[in-house]
Design a binder for this molecule. Structure first.
Ligand code: DGP
Length: 212
């Protein structure tokens, strides 16, 4: 008997939308209900490429914009063998940011088209479900000051949000918009329901290729 594969679940959204909190709660809830699940996050700052990215985000080093875009993508690709192995073993992966952040953040910089930004991530494992935690910029600002990392400014985040909105028009991706302005538990209930439906649905379906 072949074991059913796990689902690839991605949470996206601008900074302060609550992605990390919700990813952790979701993994815990899935595990407690007997569904094997693990959390991953991108960028994964623990690898050699991740160290370069982390140093760039912390403003300890400067990297040319195209170069850093390719490093973020390489950081996702280097984890693909591990992701596929886990999914094949029946473990669902709950991923905090993925290629959509990659495209939204770089294309928010001047001179970068959405199409160019998508290129390096074409063919990554395609998420079975992408939940976009929607929080308008004014509400995000109400959640406190941004930190000191690169990209953590209101003006930049507003542009990122509009790039996400463009990406969500793509019907080849299973997007669900989640109202992240509600309390943590209400958001969690919503996210869990979408996730359990996706896990049950992918049983018979092969993993797809993103943007192919
Ligand atoms: P986080 O560790 O989730 O706080 O993400 C760090 C920052 O990096 C955050 O501002 C979003 C940004 N980011 C995440 N993924 C990518 C990517 O693939 N490309 C670019 N340019 N920025 C990204």
């Amino acid at each position: 008997m072949t074991c059913r594969r796990g689902a690839l679940i991605v949470l996206e959204g601008v900074d302060k939308a609550g992605k990390t909190t919700q990813c952790k709660k979701l993994v815990q809830a899935l595990q407690e209900s007997g569904r094997p699940a693990e959390m991953m996050r991108f960028p994964d700052r623990t690898t050699k490429i991740g160290h370069l990215i982390s140093s760039y985000l912390e403003r300890k080093s400067n990297l040319e914009d195209h170069t850093v875009h390719l490093l973020f993508s390489a950081n996702r690709w280097e984890l693909v063998p591990e992701m596929k192995e886990k999914l094949e073993q029946g473990i669902s992966l709950v991923v905090d940011r993925y290629a959509f952040s990659g495209v939204a953040f770089t294309s928010a910089k001047p001179g970068f088209s959405l199409d160019w930004c998508k290129g390096p991530d074409v063919g990554l494992p395609k998420p079975d479900l992408v939940m976009f935690l929607k929080l308008n910029p004014a509400e995000a600002e109400g959640r406190g000051e941004f930190g000191t990392e690169r990209y953590e400014t209101t003006v930049f985040q507003r542009t990122v949000q509009s790039r996400f909105e463009q990406l969500m028009k793509d019907p080849s991706v299973n997007w669900q918009v989640i109202d992240a302005a509600r309390c943590i538990d209400d958001v969690h209930t919503d996210i869990k329901e979408h996730t359990v439906n996706a896990i049950n649905k992918v049983e018979e379906q092969p993993l797809g290729d993103l943007w192919k």
